[in-house]
Write a protein that binds this ligand. Sequence first.
Ligand code: NDP
Length: 279
Amino acid sequence: MLDEFHYRRIQPDADLYGVVGNPVMHSLSPAMHNAGFAHRSLNAVYVPLQARDAEDFARFGRAMRMRGASITAPFKVAMMDRVDHVDALAAEVGAINTVHVKNGQWIGSNTDVHGFVTPLKGRMKLKGTRAAVLGAGGAARAVAVALKREGAKVRVCARRSQQAREVAALVGVQAGEYPPPAGTWDVLVNATSAGTAAGDPSPMEGVALDGEIVFDLIYAPSDTPLVSQARAAGCWTIGGIEMLIRQAERQFEIWTGAPPPENLFRHAAQSAFAQGVRS
Ligand code: NDP
């Protein structure tokens, strides 16, 4: 209450923000956004909100006159029908991860695209790059849209090939073999949950990693079997915490009009992570 939610600093009429999901109680997002509000001395607070379903949250959020929300699994698609307006990028992805309240209207947007592409753009030129995306869920869609917009040649590769074809068609890219064979990619992105649970094998087990960069969206654990495999194979690796931080910074900018100072969210997320907070 004191350290994370700044209970003594905020006033009874504080602007209310939160992250909605299920599960969500161990999210790193409150640590980041509350650090941002404190840095700006804003009378605002950000809390985890575990919801039964999207409707449960939509009613609560409107009744509480929330100012904004982060939307996480499993509500990113269902929440699209419960906002007043969806911006063009979120419509292209088919999912929202951010609600911003403007003049009483709920506006849905998607900062996962920005969050994913920012750490990658710092490392390589994406135009013309061959990218393989593992998985065909919500995150894979945001990643495929992000890469396509940067001019990469994208293939969606999933264990269920029909799902891969559907996502590829929706985004306007190609579907590919799962797992993608050696020599077919420069950037490999893991947008599956393979690696989250202890004992999970790498989704690329038994396949040579001969591309340049491997980006694993999973951030807990930070060293997934895929990241270890990629490092041993001499690839550059990027962990999911980079995307988590960048998508949150963009949300904060949408809500408050300016991004947080560089490294504020990184330090907040890393110290919450080190204290054993996850997800
Ligand atoms: P979804 O549940 O929507 O999709 C998961 C995808 O992974 C499905 O295609 C699923 O296939 C596939 N999959 C699951 N387990 C395996 C496995 N063992 N082997 C191969 N494929 C598998 O999840 P999301 O798209 O929302 O999230 C995917 C991952 O990305 C999660 O780990 C999540 O934590 C992470 N993520 C990280 C973010 C960040 O900021 N760093 C942001 C968003 C997501 P099937 O349908 O066959 O089960």
